[in-house]
Design a protein around this ligand. Structure first.
Ligand SMILES: C[S@@+](CC[C@H](N)C(=O)[O-])C[C@H]1O[C@@H](n2cnc3c(N)ncnc32)[C@H](O)[C@@H]1O
Length: 218
């Protein structure tokens, strides 16, 4: 049975994620798309890790790509299914960093707004490496530990997590330094093609800034 992590429960209860994302001026899916678009040529199969309602991958369909997705929230997957653009959607808890088998390998793997809920990013990068084709692209975002961030973090199980999300919802929303991410990427033999950073508001009512790192690797 699916062990429902607080991060999954949070999204499970969101009836209209797309509206929530728009109200939060949620920019990660667009950033991922803009980053990928210049690099897409012959690639065909895309895996969207933590696809949610599909905001990060839906536009790739117009470029002739086939989308597969995995997410821990049944509700978000149902909404995504109704948009009828994905080849296959799988319900799975990603927190331990493993990816369910699609009996396929992929040309592009993306993840938007999800790796903060993955508690073993080393295992996640290993899983991605195993199912990414040679010369395949891996594009993802993480929450950055940044001295200018207004988000307070606390240490839980050795990880630095968003204090408010943890206290309010029990959600472990992990923040990483640039160095941590780049060491992990190097260990899994990913070369960084593009690196970007951007800020976003914490919420429509809370204009504190959170910092994000975006990577395109191969
Ligand atoms: C911020 S939303 C991002 C959704 C989509 N990628 C996007 O960019 O719009 C976070 C997503 O992560 C999923 N999620 C959170 N914790 C998860 C977990 N432990 N396992 C699988 N999915 C999880 C949620 O269900 C939600 O769909």
């Amino acid at each position: 049975m699916l062990d429902k992590k607080p991060s999954i429960q949070f999204y499970e209860k969101l009836e209209n994620y797309d509206q929530f994302a728009s109200e939060h001026e949620y920019a990660v899916p667009e950033k991922i798309f803009d980053c990928l678009i210049r690099h897409i040529e012959k690639h065909k199969l895309v895996l969207d890790i933590g696809i949610g309602t599909g905001l990060a991958s839906i536009k790739l369909v117009d470029l002739g790509l086939k989308i597969f997705g995995v997410d821990g929230s049944k509700n978000q997957i149902e909404i995504c299914k109704k948009k009828e653009f994905a080849q296959k959607l799988v319900l799975h808890d990603l927190s331990q960093g493993d990816i369910p088998s699609f009996s396929l390998t992929f040309d592009i793997i993306i993840s938007s707004g999800v790796f903060e809920f993955v508690l073993d990013l080393n295992q996640m990068f290993k899983s991605v490496r195993n199912i990414l084709n040679e010369d395949g692209l891996f594009c993802f975002c993480v929450r950055e530990l940044n001295k200018n961030s207004h988000i307070e973090t606390i240490k839980v199980n050795g990880m630095l997590v968003d204090k408010n999300a943890y206290k309010q919802y029990g959600i472990l929303c992990v923040h990483y330094s640039e160095q941590e991410i780049e060491t992990l990427l190097k260990n899994h033999k990913f070369d960084v093609l593009v690196k970007d950073s951007f800020t976003a508001y914490v919420s429509p009512t809370n204009k504190d800034l959170m910092f994000n790192l975006l990577y395109l690797c191969k």
